[in-house]
Design a protein around this ligand. Sequence first.
Ligand code: GN1
Ligand code: MG
Length: 356
Amino acid sequence: MSGDFVEGHEINSGLINTTYIATYVRDNGVKNRYILQRINEKVFTDPLAVMHNVECVTRHINWKVLRVKRDLGGQTLNLYPARGGKFYAKGEGAGVWRCYNFIEGCHTYDIVENTRQAYQAARAFGSFQDLVSDLPTEDILETIPDFHNTPRRFARLMELVESDPMGRLESVQDEVDFVKQRETLCSSLIKQLDAGDLPQRITHNDTKLNNVMMDSETDEAVCVIDLDTVMPGLSLYDFGDLVRTATSPAAEDEVDLTKVEMRMSMFEALAEGYLDGCDCLTAKEIENLVTGGKVITLETGIRFLADYLEGDVYFKTDHASHNLDRCRTQLRLVECIEEKEDAMENFVQRISKAKR
Ligand code: GN1
Ligand code: MG
């Protein structure tokens, strides 16, 4: 970071960290923008472990993009050191802050508008998976234990149903029943991991559509962002969160549930993009792509519902029913996926055969 501070403002993207854009001007008049972020310490109880992971991953990706995958052409995230040389600043009672380059000429989408964007986003996350596939698993710390352990998320929800600490249970009985009917689905991926049928990898774990920067002119994916949840995980969590966030034209907190939809064309673009970006997937992983979409959408619904019952302690909310609204779009999307599951499975089979 160089020059004099000109201006800074908060940007309200993301449900967890607090993020600012800061502009600095140099003596020669050149302005540079930076992303300043305070890590949410309620969510990331060991923020320095998060910074350790982010440093490992950015270093590795920058090295690879420079030396190995020159053709990728995209920009990457870079951390700037604070005074003293560390890649974070720790203030007395002010938390842990870090600074990234602001990626110019790009924007993010909350809702996908066309199949090209869906394809680009999925290819970017697929390439990300490939880029980190040779990072030693032991270098990366598990910063949020059991983050995508869906059966644990289910169990936590059941505890809250039992204790109902805010007295909100009565209003969510239908949602709780919906989840209970899908208890077996919650463990489908973890069982295969435990049996050694699915490989553990380093994964992004938060591949929502707005975590990829797209070129404002060409809509090409330029850079994957939000590396805080990079941890050991399953590739299917990453593909699954793409299905969750890029197949429906409805916002995550849409209250009109008739707008929620699983658009087959978007799913097809996601599957094509992810498989084009990622060469390392096994046959078992490919076989489970649709299940990944279903599990992660259900899991996210469970997480929103649990937070609603607990009194909105985790996700940022704007109003009392915000987490419940979010939960309902997720559960509706699970239903939409179930309705189209056969067609989705057939498509994956078709393209994976063609690629072999
Ligand atoms: C959070 O920070 P953000 O908005 O990218 C959450 C994800 C959820 C997502 C739901 C660390 O992501 O797991 O899927 O909200 N991140 C964390 O929108 O819990
Ligand atoms: Mg984010």
